[in-house]
Design a protein around this ligand. Structure first.
Ligand SMILES: Cc1ncc(COP(=O)(O)O)c(C=O)c1O
Length: 480
């Protein structure tokens, strides 16, 4: 019988060193790292098209294969030339933390399965709350993403708001349609959550936005009143603390007043922009966030964590327990001696869960909040730098600037006709992907097709920003 899957110490050390070499290689010439490696889907599929191996292979050879097929073709999320979606570059302390977290293999399901990590999860929740000014002694949960934090927030909202209807036992049967409100610029994880929660997308009201892409408050109130008259049960407003398209921050103060007036739950999607509220320069824009009932945050965005880690904050732990607690004999803790142990499995749907908080906690301790905040500020300042360059140029046009770090613009190449500009930019996106030097995606604003650059990487510089425009110009000249 084989003893175990382990190597001897010398073998393991050699492999760790070999893998550390691969890590270090990623940081060589990082300033010019490609955004994308265009290999073709069928080629990459072919590399992995093999039967399940019955017999293992030497790991030093396997690491070479990993380097060649996976690391060298990895999309350039680490480097400064990534502008697509909301892709932060991670950080080096996070890399070290992930290795250690995998080594100790803690499971944050129960306190005694992960004593220190459970306490670190709780600490990170409090620090996040402090960062955004949400309050002291709040409850929260570290999940996979902003999407999961929105689902978590709306689940808590539904279960706590309708607790008196015993919704957890009776389900939604026989209830008046429950209505939810958000701006038309809200992230689609909210739509998905509303579907998953059985509320139904027909009950999700996408309210129009103003010319800054912020929710139109008059239209919102009009809709709430109309729904009440129609016999619906309004229960939740979702505010944006930074939309994914343009970084728009809704008037959170007005939303909290409106939620109070109608007795509604206020959930804020701060997955993209929530943590930027820690900047003194922006505090005013987030006024009202402290009155929310729940806030979704994403640490793999503006805390520069490696994927993946998101976070839901609620005003107290009991809201999570009311939402999720389910007795199970094998999880019974009546024989455990200490009362202070917080059991995360009683406060969420998930049971087994990794030590996601270790990388967050270690990064905050290693870099300090001041330095992290200065990186967020740099992202915002570089976006302004880009916007100014665009405005000063004769071959680009700025379509939407935001208070945060997203710029929406078009390459005009001197064209005047709107349809021709749209056609050029539509061709540019795949052409830039094929070129691969920079990675940028697009979106549509009020029906206008635009390029969208998101700055969320502490490795960006003015030079990398200039490079973006340079590459677009060069590739753009070729597609016309
Ligand atoms: C405003 C907003 N909400 C939610 C999400 C979803 O976050 P994740 O990609 O971590 O699921 C995003 C992602 O960009 C976002 O920008």
């Amino acid at each position: 019988m084989e003893e175990s899957l382990d190597f001897n110490t010398a073998e393991f050390e050699a492999l760790l060193n070999q893998s550390s070499e691969l890590v270090l290689q990623q940081f060589e010439g990082i300033a010019l790292k490609k955004g994308f490696h265009h290999k073709g889907q069928s080629v990459i599929e072919g590399w992995f098209d093999e039967p399940i191996p019955n017999h293992g292979m030497p790991v030093d050879i396997l690491l070479k294969e990993v380097d060649e097929k996976i690391i060298q073709t990895a999309t350039g999320n680490l480097g400064a030339n990534m502008y697509g979606y909301v892709m932060a570059g991670g950080n080096q302390v996070g890399i070290i933390a992930e290795k250690l977290a995998a080594t100790i293999n803690q499971n944050v399901a129960k306190w005694h399965l992960a004593p220190a990590i459970t306490e670190i999860d709780k600490r990170v929740v409090q620090w996040a709350s402090e960062m955004i000014g949400f309050g002291k002694d709040v409850g929260g949960f570290l999940g996979s993403s902003g999407s999961s934090a929105n689902l978590d927030g709306l689940t808590v909202a539904r279960n706590v708001f309708f607790e008196k209807y015993d919704i957890r036992n009776k389900g939604l049967f026989g209830m008046a349609p429950m209505t939810v409100y958000c701006s038309s610029e809200t992230h689609n994880s909210v739509d998905k959550s509303v579907q998953l929660l059985g509320i139904g997308n027909n009950q999700l009201r996408h309210i129009a936005v103003d010319n800054q892409f912020k929710i139109d408050l008059e239209a919102l109130e009009y809709q709430i009143e109309a729904d009440i008259s129609d016999g619906c049960k309004p229960f939740c407003i979702i505010g944006n603390a930074g939309t994914v398209n343009t970084g728009a921050i809704d008037d959170l103060k007005a939303l909290s007043t409106m939620a109070k007036k109608y007795g509604l739950w206020l959930h804020i999607d701060g997955a993209y922009g929530g943590l930027a509220s820690s900047l003194e320069s922006l505090k005013g824009l987030y006024e009202g966030i402290e009155h929310a009932d729940s806030v979704a945050l994403d640490f793999h965005k503006w805390l520069y964590q490696p994927f993946e880690v998101g976070c839901l904050l609620v005003k107290n732990w009991s809201n999570l327990k009311k939402t999720y607690f389910k007795q199970a004999t094998y999880l019974d803790k009546s024989l455990e001696v200490e009362k202070g142990r917080l059991e995360f499995n009683e406060h969420h749907f998930l049971l087994s869960r990794s030590a996601k908080s270790l990388k967050v906690w270690m990064s905050i301790k290693a870099y300090g909040l001041t330095r992290i905040k200065s990186m967020i500020q740099k992202d915002i300042d570089l976006t302004k730098y880009l916007n100014n360059k665009i405005t000063d140029s004769s071959d680009f046009e700025l379509v939407a600037a935001s208070d945060l770090a997203i710029s929406c613009f078009r390459f005009t190449n001197g064209l005047k006709d709107a349809a021709a500009i749209t056609a050029l930019n539509k061709q540019l996106v795949p052409a830039l992907e094929r070129d691969g030097r920079v990675f940028i995606t697009s979106t549509s604003l009020n029906g206008t097709f635009v390029l969208r650059a998101c700055f969320i990487n502490h490795r960006k510089t003015k030079a990398s920003t200039d490079y973006l425009l340079e590459v677009i110009r060069e590739v753009g000249a070729r597609v016309v």
